[in-house]
Design a protein around this ligand. Structure first.
Ligand SMILES: Cc1cc2nc3c(=O)[nH]c(=O)nc-3n(C[C@H](O)[C@H](O)[C@H](O)COP(=O)(O)O)c2cc1C
Length: 314
């Protein structure tokens, strides 16, 4: 089967530099930043800078911005150019109330004219210096599934690449994503389409590819605590089988995750932020509840390391 490009999804609170680097170790092809406010980028660059800082080794990478004002998004995109991102992605799929209330994220699916104006202005601002992509959902709710028309409008406005997470805004994450929407959109547009939603194993990746003929696959939750998923998918698509992960590899990877986190953040921040990341490594495995308790009460990275070692030595 094809050597399909794999993307790590933008995951606010998770897809920071440490996690991205770890996924790169495990053969992900493309990395996307956590979403960054266009307003914030312009007004308070110092605060938002950490979100848009990438290492050269992370290339090719994408910075995702969100906002509702075409001119502000265009300014933000221009402000990103000195960082030379390979892609700039516009978030038109975020269902979070705080974002939607301001007319950003998936609220833009209710206002396709504004969404198209954003794409036009950003395209104009970046002058071909980065690939412009748009990430969106199937529609606001089941009565307004406008992904086909919306996708075509984004293409006409100048988007180079689209990414569809086929759930509605009102679904948030409930139910299953509807891959038929990916397949239909792929047939309707002439630019490449990234399929996203519920890929959590090599088998589901192969199925998405077969069912939708998408050009690339983006994985979010399935990679949390399982960055090796990218390598397993690559192997499965190439050879028809994949190496199961061993306990030793899980331990090594989770410890490396901690080491990487310390490269970018102070220890007290790492201890706080890594709690949820590390719990994902244990999810569904024996002893995960006890480990979660211990992790949540740890106050140093050494303690975290010790708990991981003890958990995986049983
Ligand atoms: C914790 C979390 C944070 C997310 N943050 C973002 C974000 O910053 N930008 C975005 O476009 N989507 C965000 N998403 C949505 C994912 O990128 C992705 O579209 C969604 O999780 C479906 O893919 P999956 O089933 O592979 O997780 C987030 C999802 C989760 C669970």
């Amino acid at each position: 089967m094809a050597n399909i490009p794999l993307y790590l999804a933008p995951l606010a609170g998770y897809s920071d530099q440490a996690f991205r680097r770890l996924c790169k170790d495990w053969k992900v092809d493309y990395l996307v930043s956590e979403m960054v406010s266009a307003d914030g980028l312009i007004r308070d660059q110092d605060k938002t800078l950490a979100y848009v800082t990438f290492a050269e080794e992370e290339r090719p990478y994408s910075v995702q911005i969100f906002g509702s004002d075409p001119l502000i998004l265009a300014k933000a995109a221009a402000a990103l150019l000195p960082f030379k991102p390979d892609f700039i992605d516009i978030n038109m799929g975020c269902p979070v109330r705080k974002v939607v209330k301001r007319g950003a994220g998936s609220a833009l699916m209710k206002d396709p004219l504004r969404a198209a104006a954003i794409v036009k202005e950003v395209k104009n601002a970046i002058q071909g210096a980065a690939i412009l992509s748009v990430k969106f959902r199937s529609g606001w709710d089941l009565n307004s599934l406008n992904y086909l028309d919306f996708g075509l409008k984004m293409q006409d406005a100048g988007a180079d690449l689209l990414c569809l997470h086929p759930r509605t805004t009102s679904q948030v994450f409930s139910g299953l994503s509807n891959w038929e929407h990916i397949q239909k959109l792929k047939q309707a547009i002439s630019i490449p389409l990234i399929g996203n939603g519920d890929v959590d194993s090599p088998e589901t990746a192969a199925k998405m590819l077969k069912d939708t003929a998408c050009d690339a696959i983006m994985i979010g939750r399935g990679a949390l605590g399982r960055p090796w998923l990218f390598a397993q998918i690559k192997q499965f698509l190439k050879d028809g089988y994949y190496q199961p992960i061993t306990k030793d590899q899980i331990l090594k990877t989770s410890l490396t995750h901690l080491d990487y986190a310390l490269l970018y953040k102070e220890e007290f921040v790492v201890v706080r932020e890594m709690r949820s990341q590390l719990c994902h490594y244990a999810k569904g495995m024996p002893g995960s509840k006890e480990l979660r308790e211990k992790i949540n009460h740890s106050s140093s990275v050494n303690e975290l390391r010790e708990h991981l070692r003890q958990w995986l030595s049983h």
